[in-house]
Design a protein around this ligand. Structure first.
Ligand SMILES: [Zn+2]
Length: 263
């Protein structure tokens, strides 16, 4: 069974605009009104590199986007740059990147590699969800070797639960997020099975420019070739989804169930 969905938008209520079976593929093209997207990541690079194109695509279609990073990712500093200076560079890159994409961004003050998984951190993210009222949330998949990524995944799942729980009194009233997706990240690859492919051709170049503000993207902090990997990944995912470039997402298991009166 093929559960892949090819989407031009993730916002609002998706409508199936076409259906055809080709070469064993169940092809669906989903369109929806552009919505508010919130990308929540452990580190700024994860937010922009793995979730940024999807956010940019929603903004380009008339939606809005907000990036939340739980830490500055400051401990990814190369040997010749002090951690505090690198944290400031990460903030500066995030400011420039999100301004280019027309999004807003916030970086919380948890220490990189030490992001706590507890009720307090989940409630903090809950409050951001209630304040910004996203239709769609994108975050890390749980199958990661990076402890901050796994922690972020769990924090966001708890935060979505708390945000939805209207009887839980907080500053802002309860808010239900319609859809939750997990981003494709080279560090979160264990058991990642994408099912939703988003067309990012209209924003591909702009998203690449936004990522280029980060020293990490340009290979200045370590061995991994972020620019080459994520640029090529978008092309590869585009090949599979019949778009020029695409982002592949994994939907939360709770939203994979469909109600139908007929097949
Ligand atoms: Zn990370």
């Amino acid at each position: 069974m093929d559960r892949r969905t090819f989407a031009r938008s993730l916002g609002g209520a998706a409508m199936l605009s076409g259906f055809a079976a080709t070469s064993g593929w169940a092809q669906m093209s989903a369109t929806a009104a552009p919505g508010r997207v919130m990308a929540i990541a452990a580190h700024p690079g994860d937010a922009l590199f793995t979730m940024g194109a999807t956010v940019a695509q929603q903004i380009a279609r008339g939606g809005s986007g907000v990036f939340v990073s739980l830490s500055q990712g400051e401990k990814g500093a190369p040997k010749d740059i002090p951690v505090t200076q690198y944290g400031a560079m990460q903030r500066d890159a995030t400011d420039k990147a999100t301004r280019l994409l027309g999004a807003t961004a916030m970086i919380l003050d948890y220490r990189d590699a030490e992001i706590p998984y507890n009720e307090q951190s989940a409630l903090r993210v809950c409050d951001l969800i209630r304040e910004h009222k996203p239709d769609v949330v994108i975050t890390h998949w749980s199958g990661s070797w990076h402890r901050d990524h796994r922690v972020c995944h769990e924090i966001v799942r708890d935060a979505l639960f708390y945000a939805d729980l209207g009887t839980l009194a907080r500053t802002w009233p309860g808010h239900t997020v319609s859809k939750t997706y997990y981003a494709e990240n080279w560090e979160d690859a264990t058991n990642f099975v994408p099912d939703t492919y988003v067309d990012i051709e209209p924003v591909f170049e702009k998203w690449m420019q936004a990522c280029d503000f980060y020293p990490m993207w340009r290979g200045q902090t370590g061995f991994f070739r972020y620019h080459d990997y994520y640029g090529s990944l978008a092309v590869m995912r585009g090949c599979l989804s019949h778009f020029k470039q695409a982002v592949a997402l994994m939907s939360d298991e709770n939203q994979r169930t469909r109600r139908a009166q007929s097949l």
